[in-house]
Write a protein that binds this ligand. Structure first.
Ligand SMILES: Cc1cc2nc3c(=O)[nH]c(=O)nc-3n(C[C@H](O)[C@H](O)[C@H](O)COP(=O)(O)OP(=O)(O)OC[C@H]3O[C@@H](n4cnc5c(N)ncnc54)[C@H](O)[C@@H]3O)c2cc1C
Ligand code: SF4
Ligand code: SF4
Length: 538
């Protein structure tokens, strides 16, 4: 028989030898927990939906995403994407643009009119959700999927909470927000707007369970020594007034006092309302500013000015006295006594928000600590059947945390209504960067989202950051290394010297342990570290 070049043995199959008997360790396919999934506060299975998206199966990808997060088009715009900070690809070149692909899928769903059917049989239980911000909306969505009747009640004339009345339209266009909210309402949620709950007590009797998600709506006031004619406004109120089409008159020079995202949004909004100068006055340095760097950069591009290490010593009509600060050894700002004057037609305070908890006064068992409602790991307050989540409980205050709380609350309310304990499956072990064979992955530059140029933004609330195209979204999804989860590359199938790997028609693999001798080649050559050697048990 003719043998190919450099082959001396006869060709044949090693299937004649049941080499499985030699094995002391066996390879096993695993689904590890990628760091992106672990870091997403909404608990998204990011690796899985990127895997679906990279084949162009956008609807399947969107449905996988929607299992955890009913607001992907919103989240793809406003989430601070901790998933990307954790992404393993960041150690190779740049993190996968998860947030941009999420937005692409969310926008695609709106364009295509995809909806989510409620298939669970009616449970006969009725849950009241107070507050239609991200927490309340996510909870209503998951509760409907579980078959419960939901009434979603809000004091405001339109739903969305801070997504509508805080985050400006240049970061979150209202048609996108409206579309994602409407899809949830269309699942059979009863929406009661313009209905403030002044006390929740009677509702505890009327409903089978209640979730409070009233956020932190009240702008924190700091004492600013001021003359009677000084014009001092609250940032949250200013942003709310803009949304109600009743744009506030801020004047030509606006000073915003604070260093968080709300301060940056207030200053950028002031520019759009016609202020020639918008100046952020902050007590610490830029490095210590809680606002996100990308938003600070965008504000600077729009001509917002920053006065670091400064505080307002006195406010008067048309002018302010600013005192310079310095940081002590612990990084705490302290006054220096050095004063300067600054012209300002109005001062906008952006010093954080507090929750209005008057609606829970007198509720037995419920505990308020440091201005927020105490909850257990199920998000249940000390009063049985009364749950709370989002900004009004102790946690990080973001839309994504709210969406995560909404899901967690819904699942625990469901367990409570069925009289069982809700048990989350223990998390899989982490998919470590060290377990990847990164040289298998081709160089692929991160796809940049186009942005409106800075000077074009003043005077318009048009969206600043644009989306990916179908082509760039696909490219970005394919940058995912599928950490710790098989993506069907056939490497193991190809390298196994004993042909011990069976490929099924659906693309999954199985190891035939009659033939696998435990050499570990498949583990060595799996790009994404999805196979693990485990000792044979005697
Ligand atoms: C200016 C600004 C910009 C922000 N930007 C971002 C961002 O880019 N990304 C991000 O992740 N987070 C951002 N946040 C934070 C984020 O908006 C909040 O963390 C999030 O909206 C909190 O969600 P929630 O559901 O707890 O409450 P909220 O969104 O505050 O919603 C609470 C709802 O409850 C209603 N309500 C209150 N009291 C009652 C009552 N007694 N009866 C009936 N209804 C009531 C309110 O009308 C409101 O609709 C921003 C916040 C602000 C203020
Ligand atoms: S919600 Fe935020 S953290 Fe979660 S996948 Fe989207 S961008 Fe990442
Ligand atoms: S490469 Fe993919 S699976 Fe791995 S952490 Fe990044 S997004 Fe997640």
């Amino acid at each position: 028989m003719d043998k190919p070049f450099a082959i001396t043995l006869d060709l044949g199959s090693s299937l004649a030898n049941r080499t499985g008997a030699w094995r002391v360790e066996r390879p096993v396919y695993r689904d590890f927990l990628p760091p992106c999934n672990k870091a997403c506060p909404a608990g998204e299975n990011i690796q899985q939906w990127l895997y679906d998206a990279e084949d162009g199966h956008y609807e399947r990808a969107w449905r996988t995403l929607m299992a955890d997060n009913p607001l992907p088009a919103v989240m793809g715009r406003v989430c601070y994407h901790p998933c990307q900070t954790a992404c393993n690809r960041g150690q190779l070149d740049e993190a996968v643009g998860i947030n941009a692909v999420e937005r692409f899928l969310g926008d695609e769903a709106i364009r295509q009119g995809w909806t989510v059917p409620v298939t669970a049989p009616p449970s006969g239980k009725h849950v009241l959700v107070v507050g239609s911000g991200p927490t309340g909306l996510a909870a209503a969505y998951h509760l409907r999927l579980l078959g419960h009747d939901v009434t979603l009640r809000d004091a405001a004339p339109r739903p969305g909470g801070m997504m509508r009345y805080g985050i400006p339209a240049y970061r979150l266009p209202r048609d996108v927000l409206d579309a994602e909210i409407q899809r949830i309402v269309d699942m059979g949620v009863t929406l009661e707007l313009d209905t403030r709950v002044t006390t929740v007590q009677p509702d505890l009797e009327r409903f089978d369970a209640v979730l409070l998600a009233v956020g932190a709506q009240i702008g924190r006031r700091a004492y600013v020594p001021a003359g009677e004619a000084a014009r001092i406004l609250d940032a949250v109120q200013v942003l709310r007034d803009v949304e109600d089409a009743d744009a506030p008159q801020l004047g030509r020079r606006v000073v915003v006092y604070g260093g968080g995202n709300t301060a940056v949004d207030a200053a950028r909004t002031a520019r759009r309302l016609g202020a020639e100068e918008a100046i952020i006055v902050y007590r610490r340095t830029r490095e210590r500013m809680p606002a996100h760097d990308s938003e600070v950069v965008e504000a600077l591009e729009e001509g917002v000015q920053m006065k670091w290490l400064s505080t307002i010593a006195h406010a008067d009509e048309g002018r302010l006295t600013i005192e310079k600060m310095e940081l002590d050894e612990t990084g705490f700002p302290r006054p220096t006594g050095v004063l300067e004057d600054l012209e300002a037609d109005s001062v906008v305070l952006a010093l954080g928000q507090e929750a209005d908890l008057s609606l829970v006064e007198g509720v037995s068992g419920l505990v308020v600590e440091d201005g927020v409602v105490a909850v257990d790991e199920r998000l249940m307050t000390g009063h049985p059947g009364l749950f709370a989540g989002g900004d009004m409980v102790p946690s990080e205050r973001t839309v994504t945390v709210g969406v995560g709380h909404g899901k967690r609350a819904a699942r625990n309310i469901d367990a409570y209504l069925h009289g069982v304990a809700s048990e989350a499956a223990p998390p899989a072990p982490d998919a470590e960067f060290g377990a990847l064979n990164t040289w298998y992955y081709a160089d692929a530059p991160h796809q940049v989202r186009p942005r409106l140029e800075g000077p074009r933004r003043a005077g318009t609330f048009d969206e600043v950051v644009q989306g990916l195209t179908a082509e760039t979204a696909l490219f970005e999804a394919r940058r995912c290394m599928s950490c710790g989860n098989c993506f069907g590359c056939d490497n193991c199938f190809g390298v196994c010297p004993d042909n011990a790997i069976i490929k099924h028609p659906d693309g999954t693999y199985e190891i035939d342990y009659d033939y696998c001798k435990g050499c570990g080649l498949c583990v060595e050559e799996c790009p994404c570290g999805a196979i693990e050697m485990v000792p044979e048990t005697p």
